[in-house]
Each structure stands twice: as structure tokens, then as C-alpha cells.
Design a protein around this ligand. Structure first.
Ligand code: PSU
Ligand code: MN
Length: 305
């Protein structure tokens, strides 16, 4: 009965049936992570980058009561224009949205669920959700982390978003057995910048080695995902200290306004963008491109004989 709830684009279905590399892409980053029209341009460009590497892109969202795996340009345009008017849909929201036929943009967690149901192994995004700063009081821990401990999809990201508590996020991932790999780096990147002061678990230097690690994990039925932390390119990164200052101001304002729960991440990203005169958005776009490329190479390595 799974197929009743899944709507897979023919091109993606063909690729999956023939063991061709497919890369899943999320849609909350389109609706809630970036403003229009940059969000639309980015989403389309990301698909192009995946194609240029020889893989098939599958952007995922909830449309017309189905988990849609692979979107048309019109659907991407619709999500981009809807912005925060569309529901940000994580794991807990899927049953309600499907049964009520309400559209939703999928987060890392819900994109992983749909990708796994469709049989997609590799997923590219900007940054995963994590343990928020001050979580000991707010209890705000992204559902993305639980999903990574449960669902067999590899997530390529630019490390853990600098707005979060990186140390606590790493502890959480360790507890739940999620490997954090660094692509050509020992240091965990912090989204906008390449340094964070924390280490990844293992540094791997080729997409082939990463694909082998994924196979080892899943051959043994060691359930759950893998994080592949891919640092933003050197010439695109922002200064760690400057970003930290902007993030501190954004966090203070969030507290004053009483913003909580699922609105927290979109608010912080938007506020940091304002405080950096748009520089954080430029960096965010560049790091997503960089991740899409690596994800395509890993997907190709995973499916090569
Ligand atoms: N990365 C980005 N921009 C985003 C997000 C990630 O560069 O907008 C989104 C993802 O969809 C991620 C979500 O799953 O933020 C995390 O939200 P929360 O902390 O509420 O779980
Ligand atoms: Mn949260």
C-alpha cells in the first residue's frame, strides 16, 4: 500500500528501476530557507548540477495528498512562490497532510522518509537540523536527528548549521550511532564557514570510499543514515567570528519575540541574512551547489559495479 501514497516522476522511477544514480533534494529549503526568486533559481540550478554529474535529481514535497518524488518545474515554482505559506512538513506532519490532501514542503527528516520509501540512497541539502543552543531549557532538538538514526539515507550537507549547538548535536549523533564523515576534512564545517573547532568522526577523500562505507553499513543492516559533511568552497566561505556575532544577535531577537518550535530555524536563517546584508544567503546557495555535486558523485559510485 506504500505505492498508494507515493508519486514518483517517470524519469526518477526509470532510474531507480535500472539502478541508475538518483539524488534526493528537499523542499523546505526552497519554501522556508530562502526568499523568492533566489529559492527557485537555486532549486533549478541544483537539479542541473546533479544532472551535469550524470545523476537524476528528485526534489521531494507533499503535493495533492501524495509524497511526490521528483517535481516538475511548475511545482518547484509553486513551492518557491508559496514561501512560508506552505506547511513545513517534518515526520510528524506527513500523516495529517496526506490524509487531508494539504501540500507541504519536506524537511530533511521527511525527505529522508520519502527517499527511503522510493529507494533513493543519497540526499543533498544545505545543513541538517540539530540540537538548538539553549536546548537544555527549550528541548528544541530537530526531528532530523532522530530520522538520521532510523532511516537508511546518506545526507550530504555543509556540516551542522552554525545557528545550532554543534557540540550537543555531535553528542546526540554519537548516542544514536550516526557516523559523521568529513569529505576531505578532519574538522567539522559549520555551514557558512569551513571551521568549527570540532572534529568529524572520520575523514574520507573520495566518493568511492564514502559509497563503500554506506554499503558496509547497510549490508549489515545497521539501520540509519550517515552524515557527509562537505565544507563550503574556500573562496565562498564567511568568517566564523563575524557569523557568530550575527547569530548571537539573531538568537537574542528570537528570544525577545518568543519565536519557538518549527518557526525557529526559518526565523534565524532570515535574520542572519538581514544582519549580513545577504552574504549568508549567497554562501547558503553556494554550499548547496557544492553538496549537490558531491551527492551526485557518491550516488554514482554507489551504483557503479
Ligand atoms: N538547510 C538550509 N536551509 C533550510 C533547512 C536546512 O540550508 O531551510 C531546513 C531543512 O529542511 C531542515 C530544517 O530539515 O531546516 C530543520 O528545521 P528544524 O530545526 O525545525 O527541524
Ligand atoms: Mn525544532
Amino acid at each position: 500500500m506504500i505505492s498508494k501514497h507515493l508519486d514518483i516522476l517517470p524519469e526518477v522511477k526509470y532510474a531507480l528501476n535500472n539502478n541508475l544514480p538518483v539524488v534526493a533534494l528537499e523542499s523546505t529549503i526552497i519554501s522556508h530557507g530562502m526568499p523568492y526568486p533566489q529559492n527557485k533559481e537555486t532549486a533549478l540550478q541544483v537539479e542541473k548540477i546533479v544532472r551535469n554529474q550524470g545523476a537524476i535529481p528528485a526534489t521531494i514535497a507533499i503535493i495533492n495528498g501524495k509524497l511526490k518524488v521528483g517535481l516538475t518545474t511548475n511545482e518547484i515554482d509553486y513551492l518557491a512562490k508559496s514561501g512560508t505559506n506552505i506547511v513545513k512538513a517534518s515526520r510528524r506532519d506527513i500523516p495529517y497532510l496526506l490524509s487531508q490532501k494539504i501540500d507541504g514542503a519536506t524537511t530533511v527528516a521527511s525527505t529522508m522518509i520519502a527517499a527511503n520509501l522510493a529507494g533513493i540512497k543519497v540526499f543533498a541539502t544545505g545543513g541538517i537540523g540539530g540540537v538548538h543552543r539553549g536546548a537544555s531549557e527549550s528541548f528544541d532538538i530537530s526531528a532530523d536527528l532522530q530520522e538520521l538514526s532510523n532511516t537508511n539515507v546518506a545526507v550530504v550537507c555543509a556540516g551542522i548549521k552554525a545557528i545550532l549547538d554543534l557540540e550537543l548535536t555531535l553528542e546526540y549523533l554519537e548516542t544514536f550511532g550516526v557516523p559523521v564523515l568529513g569529505y576531505k576534512t578532519e574538522e567539522l564545517p559549520a555551514f557558512y564557514s569551513r571551521k568549527s573547532g570540532f572534529n568529524v568522526n572520520y575523514k574520507l577523500d573520495t566518493p568511492q570510499e564514502i559509497a563503500q562505507l554506506l554499503k558496509s553499513k547497510w549490508d549489515l543492516n545497521i539501520k540509519g543514515g550517515v552524515i557527509i559533511a562537505n565544507p563550503i568552497p574556500k573562496d565562498k566561505e564567511l568568517d566564523f567570528e563575524i557569523m557568530n556575532d550575527a547569530i548571537s544577535i539573531a538568537l537574542q531577537e528570537e528570544k525577545t519575540l518568543g519565536i519557538k518550535g518549527k518557526n525557529s530555524t526559518p526565523f534565524l536563517l532570515q535574520k542572519v541574512k538581514e544582519l549580513t546584508d545577504g552574504l549568508s544567503l549567497d554562501a547558503n546557495i553556494e554550499l548547496v551547489y557544492n553538496n549537490a555535486k558531491l551527492a551526485a558523485l557518491i550516488a554514482k559510485a554507489y551504483y557503479s559495479k
